[in-house]
Write a protein that binds this ligand. Sequence first.
Ligand SMILES: [Zn+2]
Length: 143
Amino acid sequence: MPEWIRKRCFYSIKSMKRTLVSCYGLCLLMTLILWLMYAEYKKLGYIRVKGNIYSGQDSILTLYGCTFVVALMIIMTIYSTFYGLYQAKRGKISNLPVNSICYNCESVFNISEITSMVCTKCGGTLEDLKGFYDRYPEKNTTG
Ligand SMILES: [Zn+2]
């Protein structure tokens, strides 16, 4: 798995779930479109892609091409699922929140800056930034 994909899509359990859900959604959509193309070809003997009509040899090649692309996407998605599960099992995917805040000094950290829920500045306990000021309204004095 390329580093930039790993950093972008697999930096946390949450982001991994989001990535995989959209991948499966896309695969499902593409499969549906492909199925419709095949159905149209069966019925009409030609297919239309963006207003262009492909018939005979061209339609077969277009269908094969699209099938290949969809199959590749499905393989990639399944591979990503196993990759994600494997990495998560090895503890390589962080379960930390994307942005966290120190309870003591209120420093904010991105997930790439920390390896545990301990503040690197003061040693205080980090919490999920999301909802922090709702949980501790008294902290919200600096505005
Ligand atoms: Zn701190």
